[in-house]
Design a protein around this ligand. Structure first.
Ligand SMILES: *Cc1c(COP(=O)(O)O)cnc(C)c1O
Length: 347
């Protein structure tokens, strides 16, 4: 997008906001012999008696290395859900602005729009679960602030074609958020490499899926330094707690293990798919770029209940648009997948 100007997108009250300045913002801890009597902390050691680094510097340094993105282009949050909420609060004026989402997709975009009183314009994916680019661009007006692209998409499992994404990036004056929660399972490359090409591109990732750390809540936002500065201004000062920072750092430094788990899950995905072909009531298996497989069955409600009775919990997506009679199966361990396959064969 040429003539892109982030100052035209930001809410007026946020542009004029004087952010809270925490003790740790005013004096950055270096771990040396300083005596810290500035934050009303309890001085006795519990390992977590001190406030965490509000800028998560150590973690960002390692993430920057791993992802080959400068730390100034990274913002971390309490899960990607917090990152997405910050984007709403920075750029979408309640009761006035709108966003565009592409169902069937991740449910949080709509919930966050509702919480923030932002109109959600839904443009269905086409029958191949690709964006209807022309229809999306036609639905845009001067109050459209964000288009959400989830790629690989949840619950359909596919990644969007590169050309569609580029067309949207080039022709929309607002922010294009690509949610890459499942990118580590994808055959396609991340959009991160192209961050510098598109000033309106925002990418979100998470440690919740491939990194196996859903419990610690760590979401990542990559964008221009201008966008990151705005989000930094409005984030709660200590939004990523100390335990999360420590565990996330250790995991990022242990990337070989993350990679080998991902490789194993990809092998399992292939194996599971092969087995699903033989299940009679499964009528279609959608291609997957993620750690789950969407399948079409004869009667989703019935099959969901039957699996529950056999002790297996999957996700019934039948009420989602274009997902009639579909079930979403997360790829588990070899043993878990075997149990699923046996249950499917027995019903
Ligand atoms: C699971 C998932 C997330 C993860 O959200 P966190 O808050 O980081 O756990 C984000 N986006 C999509 C599409 C997901 O499916």
């Amino acid at each position: 997008m040429k003539d892109f100007n982030i100052k035209k997108l930001i809410r007026l009250n946020i542009a004029g906001l004087k952010p809270y300045s925490s003790a740790r913002d005013e004096y950055q801890a270096t771990g040396s012999e300083m005596v810290f009597l500035d934050a009303n902390e309890n001085p006795f050691q519990t390992d977590v008696n001190r406030y965490p680094d509000p800028q998560q510097r150590n973690l960002k340094i390692e993430l920057a290395k791993l992802k080959n993105v400068p730390a100034k282009n990274i913002l971390l949050g309490n899960g990607s859900d917090e990152v997405l909420d910050l984007l709403f609060r920075a750029f979408c004026e309640p009761g006035k602005d709108n966003i565009i989402t592409l169902p069937p997709t991740y449910g949080m975009y709509k919930v966050l729009a509702n919480i923030n009183n932002i109109e959600n314009r839904e443009i269905l994916l086409n029958s191949d679960f690709e964006p209807n680019v022309q229809e999306i661009l036609n639905s845009v007006d001067q109050d459209s602030k964000i288009i959400f692209l989830c790629s690989p998409n949840n619950p359909t499992g596919n990644s969007f074609s590169e050309n569609s994404v580029i067309e949207i990036l080039l022709n929309f004056k607002g922010l294009v958020i690509i949610d890459e929660a499942y990118i580590d399972f994808s055959a396609k490359e991340s959009w991160l490499k192209r961050l510098g090409e598109f000033p309106n591109l925002v990418i979100t990732q998470t440690l919740s899926k491939a990194f196996g750390m859903a419990g610690i809540r760590l979401g990542i936002c990559y964008a221009s330094s201008g966008i990151i500065e705005i989000l930094n201004k409005i984030k709660p000062p200590y939004n990523v707690n100390e335990l999360t920072q420590v565990r996330a750092l250790n995991r990022v430094l242990d990337i070989e293990n993350v990679n080998s788990e991902v490789a194993e899950l990809l092998k399992e995905r292939k194996h599971l798919k092969k087995a699903l072909i033989k299940v009679k009531f499964i009528t279609y298996i959608y291609p997957s770029d993620a750690n789950f497989i969407l399948v079409k069955v004869d009667d989703a409600n019935k099959r969901y209940q039957q699996l529950l009775q056999k002790g297996i919990v999957i996700r019934n997506r039948t009420s989602q648009p274009r997902c009639e009679n579909t079930l979403r199966l997360t790829v588990g361990t070899a043993q878990e997948n075997q149990k699923l396959i046996e249950a499917l064969k027995s019903i």
